[in-house]
Design a protein around this ligand. Structure first.
Ligand SMILES: *Cc1c(COP(=O)(O)O)cnc(C)c1O
Length: 824
């Protein structure tokens, strides 16, 4: 019988979620999909078998999700365009969403396998650098969990973020071969391919109807092939898709007609085509103007827009209502070329007139700014741009001409304003300013924390804020409480659920506050402490097995994990550790809270200072380790290869979270939130979302130090002299002197000279100016930790009051303030 529901035609053995059914399904998949006899299967074979078993149970919702998107003719869908999606390991999260963790654990145990061991062996798709890519992943989770139709569009990098090893105290980068074993969570959809052009030239002609038209004749054509990853919402009822594009050669040449030379050339071109999606650029908050990178950006954006236009057609809707079907969000300027590409598609390819195309474009796009750092703002040299995207440069000039005409009409005679607003920077060599393109082409622009948005309006986008008041809005970042509490911290989660039920998993922003009531309950405090302690033991075990490190869970875990960057000031933290070490050596009998200072994070491979900082952390660690005088009281370690999987073990184990960036530099931060909802207290500056976290948890539960954004500006204005601080703060001067003297580098005075020289001469991030305040504050935190009951109370209050930082809240705000989408 022909069924209306194709899913019901499928074998029940592929959807059964009983322990027995799952056990059989895992065995079937092990044999029929991975091709392994049970006796010969290794952990990754079992992993694949389980992954396919879980995937089978997602497919019906998955397919229905696509149907729903298609059927939802009157609902806008979100298209989230991002060059990065740091989705992390998938198995545990999908089991949680489907609520089948326990039956699968049982089924595996019947087969003599351990689910936890299998989960730890899962390769991680490292398709992002850090916060920005992880934010995109949290937002996909929330969109699906809130039932908002959405497609994430990105790049299927063959090599994601490099694997970091530490050798001789220094970072070594290894290529990330996450696809060596098949990635079971993707479905390659050969039917969804689009051709993307690059390079070449343009010409004009008059068409048969007498219209002047521009023809772009690309020098190269590349095929974009869709690889879909399901994004299942909590409860397993909704499923969206993450569509990642892989570059492939447009392979149409006819062997017979080619001579040997041309054959070789054709193969060379094939190789070039495939390099487009080959590797993720490993720079976080540092722009690198590489031609291939612009090619990558255009490649995925063009494919995505063509895909959306195709969907619009399949829906039977006219292009004139494109903006009613899609709300496109630009995650930073990486996909900003989409503004010009949508114009090209509408005007050149679909023959729409410019004004109508522009009206549609500017109703479709919105742009999220992620940084104020000048070195991170994307601007492409005009010559390079013309080479890669000649037609788009013309379109950008035309957008700019019309835009500046309007500005001129409203502000006659203000040439300086025109120069500042222009999409083209013309002081010296000419550049295309991608943030300006994104802003002009969008109906809304948002910053990612209140402070950041204020600074955007005051600084980088000041003139736009004046020109179009109300266009720049704030949506403070959030993180998903599913992955970042329920999944990564089962101990604390179970305890929370035992008191307030499990509503917090889907209504974190409303429910978690109910925990406040238990903050002073001694029994609850004890259980809370035990859960945190177990997490510390788990981290110590992981560090021992994977990195040969010894951590003592009885000490305070004082943690800074994030990308290594001077503005994040890991070196400020190291200076503190050195000062503590000196105190202990001077006065071995002193009252001292034993602690383990844990660092982790990757440095961009070309970022010299960041790599020196890693070396310094490891060198200080070695020196301290070798000194029996401080054994058991102070330890500093570097946990290699910080990524989502390791984060899931590290955040829950932290007692103290280090969020110590120079005020005004960190746009939001999301690590701060992950630590916070896992019960770590924060020591931090008034920067990014720290400001709002402090407001939520209360001053008495936050260790605040350092200069404010205004004070930073004043200090710089007055002519900052870092030497004054090294001379007037004895502990600081001593620590710097020790580093310079070679105390941590076996007498080598050269190793850390660049770091020390930089701090003493420029110190752009005011490390020395904030040192004293930081020391004093960290001392207060350590003393507070010694009062266990009070610390636990603060830790509970901290979690209870951080409901705002759920990405569900953030996505609701995007729906209301930016996308005009109603959400239940
Ligand atoms: C959350 C996260 C980040 C961002 O951390 P910040 O402290 O906000 O800089 C970076 N990398 C990974 C793997 C993360 O999970």
């Amino acid at each position: 019988m022909a069924s209306a529901n194709s899913v019901q035609d499928c074998l029940e053995t592929r959807t059964d979620v009983s322990r027995e059914g799952l056990r059989q399904a895992i065995l079937d998949n092990l044999f029929y999909v991975t091709g392994h006899a049970r006796e010969m299967a290794e952990v990754h074979d079992w992993y694949a078998a389980v992954a396919y078993t879980v995937r089978d149970r997602m497919l019906s919702t998955w397919v229905k999700g696509l149907e729903k998107l298609a059927a939802n003719r009157n609902m806008r869908a979100v298209a989230y365009l991002s060059a990065e999606f740091l989705i992390g390991p998938q198995l545990g999260a999908n089991l949680l969403a489907l609520n089948i963790t326990e039956p699968v654990r049982g089924a595996l145990s019947d087969l003599g396998q351990s689910l936890d061991e299998i989960i730890m062996k899962e390769p991680e798709p490292g398709l992002g650098n850090g916060g920005l890519g992880r934010l995109a992943a949290c937002y996909l989770d929330s969109l699906a969990s809130l039932g908002v139709p959405a497609i994430g569009y990105g790049i299927r990098y063959e090599f994601g973020m490099f694997t970091q090893e530490i050798r001789g105290g220094a970072q070594v980068e290894l290529s990330d071969k996450w696809l060596r074993q098949k990635f079971p969570w993707e479905l390659a959809h050969a039917e969804h391919t689009h051709v993307v052009g690059l390079g070449g030239s343009t010409s004009t002609h008059v068409d048969e109807k007498g219209r002047l038209r521009v023809r772009w004749k690309p020098g190269k054509k590349i095929m974009a092939c869709a690889h879909d990853v399901p994004v299942i919402g909590h409860g397993g009822r909704e499923c969206n898709v993450l569509r990642l594009w892989r570059a492939e050669a447009v392979d149409t040449f006819d062997f017979e007609s080619f001579n040997a030379g041309e054959y070789f050339k054709a193969v060379q071109e094939k190789i070039f085509s495939e390099t487009i999606s080959k590797v993720l650029y490993p720079n976080d908050d540092r722009y690198q103007g590489k031609q291939l990178r612009l090619g990558q950006q255009f490649f995925f954006v063009s494919a995505s827009l063509q895909d959306m236009i195709h969907i619009q057609k399949v829906l039977g809707k006219p292009l004139a209502t494109f903006h009613e079907t899609f709300a496109i969000q630009l995650n930073d300027t990486h996909p900003a070329i989409g503004v010009a590409e949508l114009m090209r598609l509408l005007v050149d390819e679909h023959l729409m007139d410019w004004d109508q195309a522009w009206a549609i474009t500017t109703r479709t796009f919105s742009y999220t700014n992620h940084t104020l750092l000048p070195e991170a703002l994307e601007k492409w040299p005009v010559e390079l741009f013309a080479e890669v995207l000649p037609r788009h440069l013309e379109i950008i000039y035309e957008i700019n001409r019309r835009f500046l005409d309007e500005v001129r009409a409203a502000h006659p005679g203000d040439d300086d304003l025109l120069r500042r607003l222009s999409l083209i920077e013309e002081t010296g060599p000419r550049y295309v300013r991608m943030a300006h393109l994104a802003t002009v082409g969008s109906q809304a622009v948002n910053g990612v924390a209140e402070l950041h948005t204020e600074l955007l309006k005051r600084d980088v986008l000041r003139d736009f804020a004046v020109l179009t008041p109300g266009k720049i809005r704030n949506v403070t970042n959030g993180v998903t409480p599913r992955r970042w509490l329920a999944l990564c911290n089962p101990g604390l989660s179970g305890l929370i659920t035992s008191r307030i039920g499990e509503g917090w998993q889907t209504r974190f922003e409303d429910e978690i506050i109910r925990l406040e009531e238990f903050a002073s309950d001694p029994q609850f405090q004890k259980l809370w402490r035990e859960a945190k302690h177990a997490n510390k033991v788990r981290l110590a075990e992981l560090a021992r097995v994977h990195a040969g490190l010894t951590l003592d869970p009885e000490t305070m875990f004082d943690v800074q994990v994030k990308r290594i960057h001077e503005y994040k000031r890991q070196h400020l933290n190291v200076l503190r550790v050195i000062a503590l070490y000196n105190r202990l050596r001077r006065d071995p009998g002193m009252d001292f809270t034993p602690r383990t200072v844990i660092f982790g994070g990757k440095a961009a491979p070309g970022y010299y200072m960041a790599k020196k900082i890693i070396k310094l952390i490891n060198s200080v660690g070695q020196t301290i380790d070798a000194d029996p005088a401080v054994a058991g009281r102070l330890k500093i370690i570097f946990a290699p290869n910080f990524n989502v999987r390791n984060g899931q073990v590290i955040y829950p184990a932290a007692d103290l979270s280090q969020q110590i960036s120079t005020a005004g530099k960190e746009a939001s931060g999301t690590g701060n939130m992950k630590f916070g909802i896992n019960g770590a207290l924060t020591i931090g500056t008034l920067d990014g979302a720290n400001v709002e976290m402090l407001e939520c948890v209360g001053r008495e539960n936050f260790f605040l130090f350092g200069l404010t954004t205004e004070e930073v500006a004043q200090v710089k204005q007055a002519g900052y002299d870092p030497r004054r601080f090294s001379e007037s703060v004895p502990e600081l001067g001593e620590a710097l002197e020790q580093i310079a003297s070679g105390m941590f580098s076996g007498g080598d005075r050269e190793e850390f000279r660049p770091l020390v020289d930089n701090l003493l001469s420029r110190d752009d991030y005011l490390v020395l100016a904030d040192f004293e305040s930081y020391m004093e504050c960290a001392d207060r935190a350590a003393s507070a930790y010694a009062d266990r009951d009070n610390w636990t109370r603060m830790s509970i209050l901290n979690v209870a009051r951080l409901g705002k930082f759920s990405s569900d809240r953030a996505i609701r705000e995007y729906c209301g303030k930016i996308w005009n989408i109603r959400v239940g």
